[in-house]
Design a protein around this ligand. Structure first.
Ligand code: ATP
Ligand code: ZN
Length: 738
């Protein structure tokens, strides 16, 4: 069913040139008018190329323009060509308009996310193939002999493949083509990916899973807009359960999108999918090569790819017939894109599902407060899995009070935790040391003069990365070799590392447990999805005793022999002034401890903390999730924070501090008065300097039902314009308050 055909083609009037509005993929909001050349038929949604200044760009016809301004006629340019790909459907164009309007992003930039492969777009290139003709070569060489041997089966091979298999250069192949020994033929287009088989390996579901499985199948077969929160404790089998909704949708011949918070997770996930469906799903993320990107895009647009697993940008792809969306780990803050178009992929996925009239499943063991409230109010259907699969118990959690039983100075693993790790290894189980901090140490200082190494263009300390032997800024990526001398007082050997990162923990673990095999997992050490996959396999197959990792290991993994997690600094996320600090800490710690005790024995998590009285710690120890949500929801309600109120932030930055501050003040001064809306600030941002830019923030707070985007748009329309290097960024529903 092609919904865009409802609009039909844009009618040609007899004399005046036909004009259409075309959205170009640049930072502007409105579409430009272009003339349709004689003999070309275009419909809204069609992908075209148009001249834009000195360039040719791939763009999309957004609407007909039946009454163009006659004064423009002579100045309008022609559409250059049409791409042989399906038009962007109404559904996707509506989403693009909606997201642009909601986030206050230029529509062209939102649309660009749907055309992410730019010039690689278009039908796949035809590759030349070669085959033996029967004509003998005039002259024989060893290289020619090898090539003929490879082709002796008479099959057609891509030219490059034939050369590679025979170990000869392309010139050898061309030579034999010229002599008529080989004939050339175009290679057939690569076949579409084989479809997943919904009945390949259906698991036996446990009694407690069965109700959820039935609910999944029902929701998929109803096929209407509906939001379900699949709320299942860690290890309950959420993935197996939502696979049944996938299977049902695939049986109906419609497409499924599964979003993951982190692309490093997609490798393992695709293997697991293949175990259930016999085939790996198509993937979509920033690590794809341009060629795979173009191929996957085309397969998705043609409806040949039935299941797509991807990072948040996969939400904007032109699915031919999307029938279901799944958001795995829906609470994860990685779903918020914090630059360019600032959107929350979970929330916008709900919008897409609504526009497309299809079901969406949000899965989590620790739902976001937003989704939890929606489930409590009945706006989302809660589908619960309250126990672990296979009768395993949920982990037990104990606190280690660092004020009383902490490690000695310069050490980070307390004696009690170290003792438990020894016992675990003796039992041939694995242990995970969790610390959400990359590198060796967050701060380096000179013992002689107190000099601290800071980034010169950011308000941040340089982080010591010993494996790379450099000091690195985590905000701008600046790095320098680790110095051997203080640049300030010239003292030699005077630099000390302050505080721990995962690399330093590994050093300590090696000293404490000299016979144990350790592995560090952190995003800066993972070079590709493939290396991540092989390291995770090493862990799953027991080739590692102690895993030392950042939040990368907290998510979604299943390590059969892991029964102990030591959280080195449980307080790390609590003290940063973020209104969601408690929620995030609760989610992250729950999730990481949830990696334990998944197959045999009871898992246990140790939280090293300075704040054993903190409500988050108490809720974790008591295993009392209800208490946590109840107090957090009450606090949000009291303060009018989301989801009981709405927030937006305006970030003003400039190359010098006074310009940024004075513009922020001018902006605040012209905020329209509305008794339902409060404008707070400007205040210097917690990260006051990033990449050489000074930053101020305004926080806009409103009641729940207010059209905050509309308010912001009116405000900014009447505000002074940014000039010079002043920049104003709008973040609706901010997740980061730095
Ligand atoms: N019905 C079943 N039959 C066989 N194995 C199952 C079944 N349900 C779950 N499992 C297995 O139990 C383990 C945990 O399942 P899964 O990873 O889906 O849990 P989860 O709820 O997503 O966990 P988490 O939120 O902790 O990542 C997996 O190894 C999975 O294959
Ligand atoms: Zn920096």
């Amino acid at each position: 069913m092609d919904r865009s055909s409802r609009h039909g083609t844009i009618p040609a009037s007899s004399s005046a040139p036909r004009v259409v509005d075309v959205l170009v993929p640049v930072a502007i909001d409105h579409a430009y008018s272009y003339r349709v050349p004689r003999g070309m038929e275009v419909r809204p949604g069609e992908v075209v190329t148009v001249p834009l200044g000195p360039r040719e760009v791939v763009a999309v016809v957004w609407a007909g323009n039946p009454a163009p301004d006659p004064r423009l006629h002579n100045r309008l340019k022609d559409i250059s060509g049409k791409l042989d790909v399906p038009p962007l459907r109404d559904e996707l164009r509506t989403l693009i308009d909606w997201v642009a309007n909601y986030t206050l992003s230029p529509r062209g930039m939102v649309m660009r996310m749907s055309l992410r492969m730019g010039e690689h777009l278009g039908p796949e290139r035809v590759r030349p193939g070669v085959r033996l003709s029967g004509e003998p070569p005039r002259r024989m060489t060893p290289a020619r002999r090898r090539l003929l041997a490879v082709l002796s089966d008479g099959l057609l091979r891509a030219k490059s493949d034939a050369a590679r298999e025979a170990g000869v250069s392309a010139g050898v192949v061309d030579g034999l083509v010229d002599e008529g020994t080989l004939t050339t033929e175009p290679m057939p287009r690569s076949p579409p990916p084989p479809p997943p088989d919904p009945d390949f390996a259906v698991p036996d579901f446990s009694r407690s899973q069965r109700a959820a499985v039935d609910a999944m199948r029902a929701l998929a077969s109803n096929g209407t807009f509906h939001v379900a929160l699949l709320d299942g404790v860690t290890g309950s089998g959420k993935t197996e359960v939502y696979f049944e909704a996938v299977a049902e949708t695939v049986r109906r011949g419609r497409q499924v999108l599964i979003l993951m918070p982190e692309i490093a997770l997609t490798g393992q996930f695709r293997d697991r999918f293949a175990a259930r469906f016999g085939e790996r799903p198509l993937e979509w993320h920033s690590e794809l090569t341009p060629r795979n990107r173009a191929r996957n895009w085309a397969a998705i647009a043609a409806g040949e790819a039935q299941v797509v697993v991807g990072a948040r940008s996969a939400l904007f792809l032109p699915y031919a017939d999307l029938g279901l969306i799944i958001i795995d780990e829906e609470h994860d803050q990685a779903y918020k894109q914090d630059e360019g178009v600032r959107y929350h992929a979970r929330d916008m996925a709900v919008v897409r599902a609504h526009v497309a009239k299809i079901p969406i499943i949000l899965a989590s063991a620790t739902p976001s407060v937003e989704s939890e409230v929606n489930a409590r109010k009945g706006r989302y259907q809660r589908i619960a899995l309250t126990s672990r699969f296979g009768g395993q118990h949920l982990p037990r959690i104990e606190l280690i009070d660092l004020r009383r039983e902490g490690p000695s100075r310069g050490r980070f693993i307390s004696p009690r935790l170290a003792g438990e790790i020894v016992t675990a290894i003796e039992r041939r189980e694995q242990a995970l040391l969790f610390l959400n901090r990359r590198g060796y140490a967050p701060l380096t200082l000179c013992r002689g003069c107190g000099h601290r190494f800071a980034c010169t263009i950011c308000d941040a300390w340089l982080v010591d990365h010993r494996f790379r032997d450099r000091l690195v800024c985590h905000h701008c990526g600046f790095s320098m070799p680790r110095p051997h001398q203080c640049p300030h007082c010239a003292a030699e050997q005077s630099l000390v590392a302050v505080g721990p990162g995962v690399e330093r923990l590994q050093e300590e673990a090696a000293a404490l447990f000299p016979d144990a095999r350790t592995m560090v997992l952190s995003s800066d050490l993972i070079t590709s999805i493939e290396t991540m996959r092989s390291e995770l396999n090493d862990i799953a197959e027991g080739r590692v005793d102690i895993i030392i990792g950042t939040q990368l290991v907290a998510k979604g993994h299943h390590f059969p022999r892991l029964n102990l997690v030591g959280v080195v600094d449980a307080d790390l996320g609590l003290g940063n002034g973020d209104p969601r600090a408690a929620e995030r800490t609760f989610q992250l710690l729950n999730q990481v401890i949830g990696r334990t005790g998944r197959e045999q024995g009871r898992g246990v998590g140790y939280l090293q903390t300075h704040q054993p009285e903190h409500p988050v710690m108490k809720a974790l120890v008591a295993g009392d999730r209800e208490a946590f949500y109840a107090s957090e929801i009450a606090a949000r309600e009291r303060t009018g924070y989301p989801p009981f109120g709405r927030l937006a932030s305006l970030i003003i930055s400039a190359g010098d501090r006074p310009s940024a501050e004075s513009f922020a003040r001018q902006l605040a001064a012209v905020a329209p008065v509305d008794e339902r809306i409060q404008v707070l600030g400007p205040a210097e941002a917690p990260l006051a300097l990033i990449k050489g830019r000074y930053r101020f923030r305004l926080l806009v707070k409103s009641a729940r039902g207010v059209d905050l985007s509309g308010y912001l748009r009116d405000w900014l329309a009447s505000a002074p314009k940014t000039r010079g290097n002043l920049k104003l960024e709008v973040d609706v529903d901010p997740q980061s308050f730095l």
